[in-house]
Design a protein around this ligand. Structure first.
Ligand code: LMR
Length: 337
């Protein structure tokens, strides 16, 4: 509610600015980009956003100012997409699992369990025609897709060891708002619950949910390892982002400014993708050293049981995501049903 009131106020400010009521130091700037996101600054996405700010301001010689708002400071998951469409913020990097409510549910293909064996397979998709085509689909929603940024592969956490599919029975698991993730947990006999990222720590601490899945960097920076006893190194799925901008805003920029921002984005993308693995490895090391959570590695046979339990999710979701899109990805990654 508080966030919605803030959204209404921000929209009013944008409207006044458009009418020429802008004043104070910000008015001296040619362009201000508000970049809102939900994770900590000390994560692959948080650092990528700050790198983009640094380069965008440098390449435009200060004509563009980028204000980065981390940690859901401005908006939570769903609200930030509304704010982008309304023009209250100009740039976001939502997780690919959060585009369903926009009506571009094909992005949920990235949530399919065990679809990508590694980052190289993933990169073939994000850097190839499939990735480009997905970003193009955003245009009808008033959004321009600029880039894909990595986070990494997910771990499962709970207050009981999750070693076999049966261990999930009846566990309330927090998910992002993706139908594929919902199907994934239902396939394991768990009870998926959509919850905004900013509410996860408290949800786990108070027992509203029993467990969750995320990358090590998100798990560590949200202190989830302090309220979960066990983590399973399952690598069952991927979390990454699409960096997106309000299309009327982007199209309205002077071409020479847009060119510099595209250059800044290309370099920030390379940077974010280069650091993502190390960020996740460091987070794992920190959590292990904390002694607060016990990590479980799966034997090949245990992993096989997870794959067997989760593969049917692909077929179940084909109607939602599109068989053709799934086939294109299978061909590129070598995934076999
Ligand atoms: C989430 O679990 O909501 C995360 O994917 C958030 C993020 O942006 O990494």
């Amino acid at each position: 509610m508080k966030n919605l009131t803030r959204l209404a106020a921000a929209v009013a400010v944008v409207a006044l600015a458009n009418l020429g009521f802008g004043c104070g130091p910000a008015a001296a700037q040619e362009v201000t980009i508000k970049f809102s996101h939900v994770v900590a600054p000390d994560t692959p996405k948080g650092k990528g956003a700050l790198k983009f700010k640094e380069l965008a301001e440098k390449y435009t010689a200060g004509k563009v100012k980028v204000e980065v708002y981390p940690n859901s400071q401005l908006y939570k998951d769903k609200e930030e997409l509304e704010a982008l469409q309304l023009g209250a913020v100009q740039m976001l990097a939502p997780s690919l699992a959060k585009f369903g409510p926009l009506g571009v549910k094909e992005f949920e293909v990235f949530d399919l369990p065990y679809l990508f064996p590694d980052k190289a397979a993933l990169r073939k998709i994000t850097d190839g025609p499939v990735g480009k085509d997905l970003l193009k689909r955003l245009e009808a929603k008033g959004i321009t897709g600029l880039a894909y940024w990595d986070n990494g592969f997910k771990i499962m956490t709970a207050n009981k060891p999750l070693r076999k599919p049966d261990d999930f029975l009846g566990q309330k698991m927090r998910i992002q708002g993706s139908k594929v993730l919902e199907a994934q947990f239902r396939a394991l006999g768990a009870l998926p619950q959509v919850m905004a990222f900013s509410e996860v720590y408290q949800g786990l601490q108070t027992g509203v949910v029993d467990g969750t899945e995320n990358t090590p960097s998100n798990t560590y920076t949200q202190k989830v390892h302090e309220v979960q006893k066990y983590g399973t190194l399952s690598d069952h799925g991927y979390i990454g982002y699409a960096v997106i901008v309000n299309k009327p805003f982007w199209d309205g920029l002077k071409p020479e400014i847009r060119t510099e921002l595209e250059k800044a984005m290309a370099e920030a993308t390379k940077y974010a993708n280069d650091i993502s693995q190390t960020e996740n490895d460091d987070a794992m090391a920190q959590m292990k050293a904390s002694g607060k959570i016990t990590f479980i590695s799966l034997t090949p046979a245990e992993k096989q049981a997870w794959v067997k339990a989760l593969k049917p999710v692909h077929e179940e979701m084909a109607g939602r995501i599109g068989k053709e899109l799934m086939q294109q990805i299978y061909q590129a990654t070598g995934f076999q049903m």
